[in-house]
Structure formats: C-alpha cells, structure tokens
Design a binder for this molecule. Sequence first.
Ligand code: C2E
Ligand code: MG
Ligand code: MG
Ligand code: MG
Length: 293
Amino acid sequence: RAKAQGRNSYKIFDAEMHTQAVNRLTLETDLRKALEREEFVVYYQPIVDIVGDRLIGFEALVRWQHPTRGFVSPAEFIPAAEENGSIVPLDSWMFEKACQQMAIWKSKYPSHFPLKISINLSAQDLRKASFIEDIDRIQSETGLEGSAIALEITESMLIENIKKTIDLLTQLKERKIQISIDDFGTGYSSLNYLHRFPADNLKIDYSFVSQMQQGNRNYQVVSTIIALSNHLGLDVVAEGIETPQQLQWLQQLGCEFGQGYLFSKPLSVKEIETLFLCEAPKKLCQPHGSNSP
Ligand code: C2E
Ligand code: MG
Ligand code: MG
Ligand code: MG
C-alpha cells in the first residue's frame, strides 16, 4: 500500500507506526498499574451440558475498565500483558478472585452446586516458580476442592517445554484439578503427542463453531475434533454456540458440553446472582437468544 501511494506515503506509514507504538507503550504502562487500581473485573460465562441440558459451571473471563479508554477487550490487552509480563500477576489475581467468588456462591446458593470454575492461563504462568504453591495457597484459603476447578491452556503452551509441562499438569491432576485444551484447532497441535498430556477435555474454538454451515469446512473441523476427542477419551466443549441450528448439529455429532451466546454471554457477579435467584437449579442455561448482546 505504501508504494502505491507514492513517496510521501512512507512518512504517513511512519507516523501511523509511531502512533501505534506509543499506544502500545502506554497500554503496557497502564496494564502495570491496572491491578493495584482495581480496574479489572471478572465476568462469568456459563458452560452447559448440552445433552442433559443443565448448567455445569462458568469460565472466568477478565474485563478491563480503563479510566480513559473505557472498556478494553482482552483480545487487545492480553497480548500486551503477555509481552510485558503483567499477565502473571493478572492471572494469579483472576484465579484467586474466581475461586473466592465460587466459594461464596457455593455457600449462598448450594442447591445450584456442584459447579466448576474454568480459568485461563498463559504460557508464562507455567514458568512461574511458585505456580503450584500459589494454587495450593488459594485452594486452602477458599476451601474450593480441586474437582471444582479447571485450568485452560492452549496447544502452543503444551509444546513449549513438553517435559516440564507434563510434570506440572500431573501435579494439577494429583489435586483433581482438570485440564482443558483451549482454542483447539487453531494452534499447531501435533496429534501424536496430544495423548501424552493428562488433559480432560478439548475446547473447540468459537471461530469454527460460530461459522458452521451444513457440510462446510468449519463443520468438518468440528466433526473431526469431536471424533478425535471421543477416540482419545476426552470430553469436548464447543465454544461460540450462537444458534439453535449449531446446537442441534453439535448434539448430533456427539458433543457433550457447550458455551456461547445462545445460552448466555459472559455475565457480571450481579447478573449471575439474578439468575441463581430467578431460575431453578441446573436449569438456568436453557437457550435464550434474548441474552445475546
Ligand atoms: P477464550 O478463553 O477462548 O474465551 C472464549 C472467548 O469467546 C471469550 O472472549 C468469550 O466472550 C467469547 N465467546 C463466548 N461465546 C461466544 C459466542 O457465542 N460467540 C462469539 N463470537 N464469542 C463468544 P473474551 O472474553 O473476549 O476473551 C478472549 C480471550 O482472552 C479468551 O479466549 C482468552 O484466551 C483470553 N482471556 C480472557 N480472560 C483471560 C484471563 O484471565 N487470563 C488469560 N491468560 N487469558 C484470558
Ligand atoms: Mg478459555
Ligand atoms: Mg477458546
Ligand atoms: Mg483462549
């Protein structure tokens, strides 16, 4: 594009790049301060058993309310946080916050339990020396049992340091904490090592699910991942279910669990509590399209 616009466009390009770099830098500086300024909030997206039609838990998703930029999407700031290392304290805070919240809900709304909380990790979390120690501390502080916790990691995190990763995941399994492979299908997963990791389930990336059409490429990918999961003895969670048609296909293909705007978008603590109070235990995630943003 720069060439087509002639000589001067190099200057424009420079200015654009400069603005981008400055933006990125201030974002990274702001990220460092955001934790202590309490600008992060945890949202909870219901995860549903799409066979038995009941709520099984939530995925904790971070939200950043920036003082001047307003809401900043995780898609924008997670990569920046990974770059400057602030992802490690952020994830640790998310883990603690979400576990505390689950413990509160468990005592306030026991009839809705057992429910599971899923928390996202980044590669750097696994490199932190106190990773297991921190989990043990938070678990003993909140009293949340391992079987109520799932940690989501991506395919690329698995292949980074295979031996060490297997060791860490094994320690998590000893605590009955579950392992989900997130965004499955988008990374460079090698099928011949997948079985070496003590994973419990695969999460099919929402880009495939939300763009499924009868017989199209995304449909084939989804169908293949479900078959692969069954073959490996893993559960499968479909992310990004938006329409009743997608839900029906997934059920037909033998997918057991799902998540998506058809059931609910990610909700605040208040909104989840409203659901707990209004709806019968287990049933609060019947598809209701009106919930879509
Ligand atoms: P993810 O872990 O794959 O989370 C699922 C994403 O899909 C969420 O985006 C969720 O809001 C979105 N989603 C759910 N249902 C639907 C649907 O029906 N349609 C569509 N189009 N999207 C749907 P979100 O909240 O923007 O998060 C983006 C990513 O940021 C997450 O993807 C995760 O990788 C990362 N992330 C979020 N919170 C954290 C965190 O606390 N720590 C770390 N390390 N990463 C996080
Ligand atoms: Mg996730
Ligand atoms: Mg995902
Ligand atoms: Mg992800």
